[in-house]
Design a protein around this ligand. Structure first.
Ligand code: ZN
Length: 351
């Protein structure tokens, strides 16, 4: 199904769900929008089939901010990503390609030549994948919360990220924090899996290591960007965790996942160091450098962040519809066998 077909169909089916479709034909970043929408549409077709969901619509919204939305309008599930997720973020990363001029990035530049792939593009791709997988996780949470699809058909639910306003909200919602955390972890794990799908990683340990650093750097930059200069941490407030706290646990999840996939040769601390050096270079000479906020938060509030995230993890047990709680189902079938009972042929009964 093409992007335009989805847009036309959704306009017809649900004209009033508060969105304005971005039709990117003829725009400067046509290729980025087109390739990414093709990936998302194909991915959602498979995802809907596996999870017994009706077709999920994927569309861009004309809003040029960084935001996304997952929703269900009377049985029609949809994901909207604001065009800023492609336009603004791709511009940011591509604009900073020159950050890799320093000799410490020699290996990265050599890989860029060999793969013929802009380093900024790799980071951009990880962030757009993250935004997509995060919203996709919300769709599954919604379906599992409602349990019976017939109820799903009776109400409209909408989860908007509203990244820009989260920082001002005050009323704490544990359930929404848990849902955001759950969607973040799912997206971080899936993004990590994409690291080894880049061309040139197969059997090439050096490229895999460099791509892992770039991917972590991209996601870290994205979350620092979403702080929008507001680095005063909050804990139990609003419906989303503070973007800086999200930066910590998302990075941590990626490093663990990459480590699991790479085996003994993967060094999580070295990968984080390398990612931080990249973020540092991207923001060089900028006042109120976000990486400074990262280190301050780690030094001043590291224990508090850890305690908060651990509490968040524990609170997830209260919400069975979360993706992480589905993993508790048995890994393999184990038959329950009767104790002390057998079937007697001559008596033709159980004795
Ligand atoms: Zn969310």
């Amino acid at each position: 199904m093409t992007y335009q077909f989805q847009v036309d169909q959704l306009k017809e089916l649900r004209p009033n769900i508060g969105w304005r479709a971005y039709e990117y034909q003829g725009t400067e970043r046509f290729q980025e929008f087109e390739e990414f929408s093709r990936f998302c549409i194909t991915n959602l077709e498979e995802f809907a089939k596996v999870n017994n969901l009706p077709p999920i619509f994927f569309c861009y919204d004309t809003d040029n901010t960084i935001d996304g939305k997952a929703g269900n309008s009377y049985g029609v599930p949809y994901i909207f990503l604001n065009r800023g997720i492609i336009d603004v973020i791709s511009q940011f990363f591509m604009h900073h390609e020159a950050a890799f001029v320093d000799p410490e990035f020699n290996e990265f530049r050599a890989m860029r030549e060999q793969l013929n792939l802009a380093l900024g593009f790799i980071m951009f791709q990880q962030t757009s994948l993250f935004a997509f997988y995060h919203e996709r996780a919300h769709i599954l949470q919604m379906k599992r919360e409602i349990l019976k699809w017939k109820y799903f058909n009776q109400e409209t639910k909408n989860l908007t990220e509203r990244y820009a306003v989260n920082l001002q909200e005050s009323i704490y919602c544990e359930k929404e924090h848990a849902m955001e955390f759950d969607a973040d972890i799912n997206a971080a794990q899936l993004c990590s899996m994409h690291v080894f799908q880049f061309p040139g990683t197969n059997g090439n340990e050096q490229h895999s290591r460099l791509l892992a650093s770039l991917s972590v750097a991209g996601i870290l930059t994205y979350w620092l960007y979403l702080c929008n200069g507001n680095y005063d941490l909050y804990f139990k407030r609003g419906n989303h965790p503070h973007p800086l706290i999200r930066a910590f646990y998302i990075t941590d999840t990626m490093l663990r996942q990459l480590s699991l996939m790479s085996g003994a040769n993967f060094d999580p601390a070295a990968t984080l160091n390398s990612a931080l050096r990249i973020v540092d270079a991207l923001y060089e000479h900028q006042e109120n450098h976000p990486i400074q906020a990262f280190f301050h938060a780690l030094e001043d509030s590291g224990d508090e962040i850890e305690a908060f995230v651990n509490e968040l993890i524990a609170s997830c047990d209260n919400y069975p519809h979360l993706l992480r709680n589905q993993d508790k189902k048995p890994k393999a079938l184990r038959l329950v066998t009767p104790r002390g009972l057998r079937y007697s042929r001559c008596k033709n009964r159980v004795i």
